[in-house]
Design a protein around this ligand. Structure first.
Ligand code: FAD
Length: 399
């Protein structure tokens, strides 16, 4: 009997890869191995609807157990892969069993980066079970301190505030989400959170956490019931490292998402790929979706180079943030209805390379979709027209 195709990591990229293999007509044995007890689900609702109580696990599902069974995808849950032997094309699970593979996808994602051990009630948010534990702690009047002013911290702040919690956000840098967002949008986020009653502190350094307070290096004591650490994600690289695969900040792959070992691919948050000679990882829904699908096609022998326009979104209170493409120094700003803003990023030839917007509701999504189409046309655009809110983005596409 032929060895199966095996996917390690039953998250978004792994789940998408498994579904794609079946959609593309692969009928052989297919095994999806996860260390969580759940079938693949999407994580974005965890910090939004799940915390607020408007979404549950079924609402986050990428494919539930019944669908996996119908597609004859063998899902091994709560049984992490402990050992990988590329030279023998086999791996070992936590329960001791060995599995051979004909082709392997590593989609092991990451886990929430940990703060040093303390006596405080510190919670994290990466998995559904962590979201449930956090949700149970969010009651009106709960004093919550969030360490980290990035997307996860800010989304938790918005969700917890809507549940009546008393919120403080601590950010070590001078801006919110400063690593990924332009200053004008970081500023808009700051104003939004402060106007909602969140005590946002910038340029602060955490000293320690005690059972009922957070201490800053300045000596200030912030009384609190719960601490949430939103200080980034740590890619799950241990398996690849142990197996001798090439790794940097993630599992290194070539243009076809192939790792340095034969018949092993990587996709999603854990995957480090080269863009114009620079290695990068993308920690976004869109990347997990695109790479999971792409790796599946290449597991079937297609040899396709991965090319994607990057993008992400975030929802906070009743506002939406969306970004697509890359940010360049040449920026044009357009005011949007309701106090929002849309930023365009151009290259030296006035061609659109990226866009980022922040606006009420989901209204910015439509603009960002149009920007994505404009990026692919590669046509030169007038800065004055881009800045003019009366000028529809569609006119260039019609032209
Ligand atoms: P994961 O989803 O982390 O899946 C990897 C799986 O592999 C996990 O289940 C892991 O436990 C498992 N695993 C690891 N090691 C092993 C092993 N040895 N054996 C078996 N299984 C293993 N992105 C956006 O673009 N917009 C958003 O609004 C947004 N919101 C988010 C909110 C939250 C709370 C979080 C946590 C993420 C959010 N993201 C968002 C990011 C997005 O969800 C991730 O980029 C995406 O989930 C990455 O998918 P993945 O499959 O690479 O990794």
């Amino acid at each position: 009997m032929n060895a199966p195709l095996v996917i390690v990591g039953a998250g978004h990229a792994g789940g998408r890869a498994a579904l794609t293999l079946r959609e593309e007509g692969y009928t052989g044995r297919l095994i999806l191995i996860g260390d969580e007890p759940h079938a693949p689900y999407e994580r974005p609702p965890l910090s939004k609807g799940v915390l607020q109580g408007s979404a549950d696990l079924a609402g986050c599902s990428l494919c539930d157990g019944a669908r996996l069974a119908a597609l004859n995808i063998e899902h091994l849950a709560s049984n992490p892969v402990r050992l990988l032997e590329p030279q023998h094309q086999r791996l070992q699970l936590a329960d001791g069993q060995w599995l051979p593979y004909a082709g392997l996808l590593l989609a092991t994602g990451g886990r929430a980066r940990r703060l040093p051990p303390s006596e405080g009630n510190v919670l994290y948010l990466r998995t559904h079970d962590e979201a449930l534990a956090l949700r149970a702690a969010l009651r009106p009047g709960t004093r919550l301190v969030i360490v980290g002013g990035g997307f996860i911290g800010l989304e938790v702040a918005a969700s917890a505030r809507s549940l009546g919690c008393e919120m403080t956000v601590l950010e070590a840098g001078p801006r919110l989400a400063g690593r990924v967002l332009p200053p004008v949008i970081g500023e808009a986020l700051l104003n939004m959170h402060r106007s909602q009653g969140v005590d946002v502190r910038l340029n602060v350094v955490l000293e320690s956490i005690s059972p009922d307070a957070v201490w800053l290096v300045s000596g200030e004591r912030l009384p609190c019931d719960v601490v949430v650490a939103g200080i980034g994600m740590q890619p799950n690289l241990e398996l690849a490292t142990q197996a001798g695969l090439e790794v940097g900040q993630g599992i290194r792959v070539d243009a076809c998402l192939r790792t340095s070992a034969p018949n092993i691919y990587a996709a999603g948050d854990v995957c480090e790929f080269s863009v114009n000679g620079l290695y990068q990882r993308q920690e976004t829904w869109r990347n997990a979706e695109a790479q999971g699908r792409h790796a599946a096609l290449n597991l079937l022998g297609r040899e396709l180079a991965f090319e994607a326009v990057h993008g992400f979104w975030s929802d906070q209170y009743d506002w939406g943030l969306q970004a697509v493409g890359v940010m360049t120094p040449r920026t044009v700003s357009r005011p949007l209805a309701g106090g929002g803003v849309l930023l365009f990023y151009l290259d030296a030839d006035q061609r659109l390379q990226g866009a980022c917007g922040w606006a009420p509701g989901n209204s910015v999504a439509r603009d960002i979709k149009l920007c994505e189409r404009l990026i692919t046309t590669a046509m030169p655009l007038s800065e004055a027209s881009l800045a003019d809110p009366e000028r529809s983005l569609k006119h260039w596409l019609r032209g």
